[in-house]
Write a protein that binds this ligand. Sequence first.
Ligand code: CA
Length: 225
Amino acid sequence: MHVLLVEDDPRITSFLAKGLQAEGYVATVAATAAEAAAVIDGRRDELDLVLLDLGLPDGSGEDVLRHIRRRDPQLPVIILTARGDMGDKIRGLDLGANDYMTKPFAFEELLARIRATLRSGAQPTTAELVVGDLRFDLQSKVAWRGGRRIDLAPREWALLELFMRNPTHVLSRTRILNQVWDLGFDPGSNVVDVYVGYLRRKINRPGLDPLIQTVRGAGYRLLAP
Ligand code: CA
């Protein structure tokens, strides 16, 4: 079993990596959000589980979690954090973490949670997103509206998932481009507008309220009636 450990505190990293290796796990360490993203992009198929610290030097573990979920809705993630705040826990679980541990914790408990998470068939906590009368099944990537099934192409479901995880928020074209098409895509491209158009035609049905609004000069917003 291969565990990616995303943690910037070298004492915790060393302690956990040694402990995991002693239990027969292979452990890869990433000390920053950027390193974690690189491992996830390059070696996702090797990974069985991610232990994820939320406070990273170059960003939030929540961004790493979003990155993981865009690429692999199934990969089990256990959040490790010093923050005991309920809001952080709920947000982490809503973003698709499988479990949550607050530091300091006993290593034996972490091992038990890793075993339980791997046993549970690695189902993410969030199996379905619901905004108003729109439902999106994260497993099958099928959306439903007004009792009608909506089949989506891969970029369309990534785009819909981004909208549904941020209902009512105005999402800029740059943000959409970065999150759905990855960094490095030509920012002058109109691919976002084209795909929002495709998605809109699929989810806006005659007789139902339009759900995706264009916010002039700013981007797009999913309405939550
Ligand atoms: Ca940290």
